[in-house]
Ligand binder design. Structure first.
Ligand code: MG
Ligand code: MG
Ligand code: MG
Length: 314
């Protein structure tokens, strides 16, 4: 097992703001693994749950973690993120003890050496599953179901280009332990993920939203993953207006909304802000009336963020 077991203090295991399923199930599953190693650990969340995550917790009959409003002064294990801009309030003043993540290395600083495990795989749930296996700790049915849900959600049922062979192997093992057919269950997750329903424009833009600090500016990128993109695209005018409002309120030089068609593996993007042209150049696309087509694009992290970052930092 990892870390220094002599510590007695409580460890808060927390994922990123605007929590997604991977972030929540990773916190829950990792708190169980930490407890199995004798550490006082509690899973917490950095914001409200989305409908997909609510569905997953209900399916496996697991309570939602408590909200952590401020991490100041607390011992914290960060899962599924490792940058301050995506972290709960007060993280700069927290004692970060571990980082378990599948995103590129961010800007977290610590005063002591810590345990860090970052792997380029499809989900944090994938890494945590391997940590259970390495530690020889039994993954019970519920925990397997939770971890499988995080993996399937983040990899769009193993369709996303972020998917690796490790994810495929782990998905098979978890599905067996959870007693579910992952293709079948994956479709249920996708339909929850993509429920546009009564969402307001603001909810669509900010529901799955990340900020990136590049060269002293903050860029916002939201993503709607759906099987019914037309329901989002038909609200273009209102969405663009709302994006302009949000961009102004928050001072973003660029605000992007990715509308990803999970079945067609295609993204339509809306972009607003004074650096809109940069988006067009970086993604090598043509914008028409604030909209660009990005065929084959499914992953914000892998296909959209790197060229944009390069453009802003380069
Ligand atoms: Mg996440
Ligand atoms: Mg993740
Ligand atoms: Mg995601």
């Amino acid at each position: 097992m990892t870390g220094e077991p002599e510590e007695e203090e409580k460890h808060y295991i927390v994922g990123h703001k605007q929590p997604d399923t991977d972030t929540i199930v990773s916190a829950i599953a990792y708190s169980r693994l930490q407890e199995a190693s004798g550490r006082d650990a509690v899973a917490v969340r950095a914001g409200d749950l989305n409908p997909e995550t609510e569905f997953v917790l209900e399916k496996f009959d697991v309570d939602e973690p408590e909200l952590l409003e401020d991490a100041s002064g607390k011992s914290v294990i960060m899962v599924d993120h490792n940058v301050y801009s995506q972290a709960v309030e007060g993280m700069e003043d927290a004692k970060v003890r571990q980082v378990i993540d599948h995103h590129r290395l961010g800007d977290i600083e610590t005063s002591e050496p810590i345990y860090v495990r970052i792997e380029p795989v499809g989900s944090t749930a994938t890494i945590i599953t391997d940590m259970y296996l390495e530690a020889g700790v039994e993954i019970d049915r519920k925990t397997s179901g939770l971890l499988l849900s995080g993996l399937l959600s983040d990899t769009v049922v193993l369709r996303s280009p972020t998917t690796t062979d490790v994810d495929r192997r782990v998905a098979g093992e978890l599905a067996e332990r959870a007693g579910v057919d992952y293709e079948e269950y994956g479709k249920e997750i996708l339909s929850k993920k993509s429920e546009i329903g009564e969402k307001s424009p603001r909810e669509m833009i900010l529901g799955d939203f990340k900020e990136y600090d590049w060269s002293g500016e903050t860029v916002g990128i939201g993503q709607v993953e759906t099987v019914e993109p037309e329901k989002v695209l038909e609200q273009k005018e209102t969405l663009i207006d709302t994006m302009e409002d949000i961009g102004e309120e928050r001072g973003y030089p660029l605000l992007v909304l990715l509308i990803t068609d999970l079945l067609e593996e295609h993204t339509e993007a809306f972009a607003v802000g004074k650096e809109k042209d940069r988006f067009e150049d970086a993604l090598e696309t043509e914008m028409d009336d604030s909209q660009a087509s990005l065929p084959g694009v499914m992953s914000r992290k892998k296909q959209v963020v790197p060229p944009l970052e390069e453009s802003f930092q380069g």
